[in-house]
Design a protein around this ligand. Structure first.
Ligand code: NDP
Length: 393
């Protein structure tokens, strides 16, 4: 099979709120971005139900519908979206190279993508308990009564008894959504208090179809290929009692892990795998490689923060039509620095003069303003103050 070669100024990996917002800004700046879809086009919102906290939708909006809007908005300005599985990356030199396959199972590299600038917006994926019976069919009952997506699979549990695991907002949301189908929902949480937002907790506690089991861990999911899930083994960590609890469905809603495996050993990340970015510029330890959204945000993990975290450099670029070449000529050049202010250059544009702290944002295209002074980032999506520094928001 022949390899397709693609070369772009900006390549965005991931098509959730962070990736598509970066694409909207990049395409409006005429950078003709290429978005690579990944295994879950649209990201986590495509497997959620009502989104009530995304501004602009007074009555709420369904997650998939919101992501469709993001997509249409990005493509309207010329963003191209490609569905390919990125198998490995070479970030050792610019342009960076991304090697793509048709699917995760395929052995053959079919696409080679060169990128001057790479924006990583690969998001995060559902975490699993790691207990016997949870693995996907045929090893376990995953997909045969075990799920991590109520929106996708809730419909199949009409009139059934369901267990939801977790104590965060995802668990609350899943439990509430599942009451539309299930005869009853049991929420099993390992502690004696939820970490979910107060409003979601209140809705769960007030729902007559939902019962909460505190201090309760799932130790095993029982059933067979023919019957699907039949029961879970529960362990009460206060009383040390173990019991079997009959149920026909288990929804695991215990959080997410960042999809950053691809960058292990290449980019700086924390112990969990969240990419480390610098202040408000969203730069990684490799100049020209940015990360935004859940791939680097272990704290907020909201659609609105993911959308607000697209590299601020893209906004700067949109507002400043002059290029480094014109800076060299005029010597009226400033460079976006890691702390979101600007560093005046007293001599012609010289990349070697930048310290690691004053790193170029988009080295070949960014870095100039008309006047050599700091400019705050301003947009309707994100507005920063000095107190935001380092928070990644
Ligand atoms: P969280 O990390 O907030 O919660 C995960 C929950 O799962 C915790 O209660 C945790 O228990 C429990 N848990 C983790 N690992 C295990 C395990 N191995 N066994 C048993 N239980 C486990 O993740 P969420 O996905 O719920 O939320 C992530 C972020 O997304 C949050 O900021 C949340 O507010 C946001 N969100 C917002 C929504 C909305 O506003 N509509 C909807 C969904 C999410 P413990 O508490 O003991 O650590």
């Amino acid at each position: 099979m022949t390899t397709t070669n693609i070369k772009r100024k900006v390549v965005i990996l991931g098509s959730g709120p962070a990736g598509l917002t970066a694409a909207i800004y990049a395409s409006r700046a005429q950078l003709e971005p290429l978005v690579i879809d990944g295994p879950e086009p649209g990201g986590q919102l495509t497997i959620t139900t009502d989104v009530e906290n995304y501004p602009g939708f007074a009555d709420g909006i369904m997650g998939p519908a919101l992501m469709e809007q993001f997509r249409e908005q990005a493509t309207r300005f010329g963003t191209e979206i490609l569905n390919v599985w990125i198998d490995k990356v070479d970030l050792s030199q610019r342009p960076f190279t991304l090697y793509g396959k048709e699917s995760a199972d395929s052995d053959e590299i079919t696409t080679e993508i060169k990128a001057d600038t790479l924006i990583i917006a690969t998001g995060a994926s559902a975490k699993w308990l790691g207990v016997p019976g949870e693995a996907p069919v045929p090893e376990g009952l995953g997909g045969n009564g075990v799920s991590a997506c109520a929106t996708c699979d809730g419909f199949f549990f009409r009139g059934k008894e369901i267990v939801v695991v977790g104590g965060g907002d995802t668990a609350m949301e899943e439990a509430l959504f599942l009451t539309r189908f299930a005869s009853n929902v049991t929420l099993a949480h390992r502690r004696d208090e939820f970490r979910a937002s107060k409003i979601m907790q209140e809705r769960v506690m007030a729902h007559d179809k939902i019962k909460v089991l505190w201090n309760t861990e799932i130790k095993e999911i029982l059933g067979s290929k023919d019957t699907g899930v039949e029961a879970v083994t529960l362990f009460n960590n206060k009383t040390n009692e173990t019991s079997n609890f009959p149920t026909q469905g288990v929804f695991v809603a215990i959080g997410h892990k960042p999809n950053t495996e691809l960058f292990k050993g290449i980019l700086d990340m924390d112990d969990v795998g969240y990419l480390k970015t610098e202040g408000r510029t969203m730069t990684t330890n490799i100049p020209g490689v940015f990360a935004c959204g859940d791939a680097q945000d272990s704290y907020y993990r909201q659609a609105v923060t993911a959308a607000g975290e697209r590299p601020p450099g893209l906004i700067r670029l949109q507002r400043t039509p002059r290029t480094p070449r014109s800076c060299i000529a005029s010597r009226s050049c400033v460079v976006a620095s890691g702390d979101g202010t600007a560093m005046p250059l007293s001599r012609p544009f010289d990349r070697s003069s930048a310290s690691s702290r004053h790193r170029w944002s988009l080295p070949y295209t960014l870095g100039c303003t008309r006047t050599p002074r700091a400019m705050p980032y301003r947009s309707s999506i994100a507005r920063y103050s000095s107190s935001d520094a380092g928070s990644g928001v």
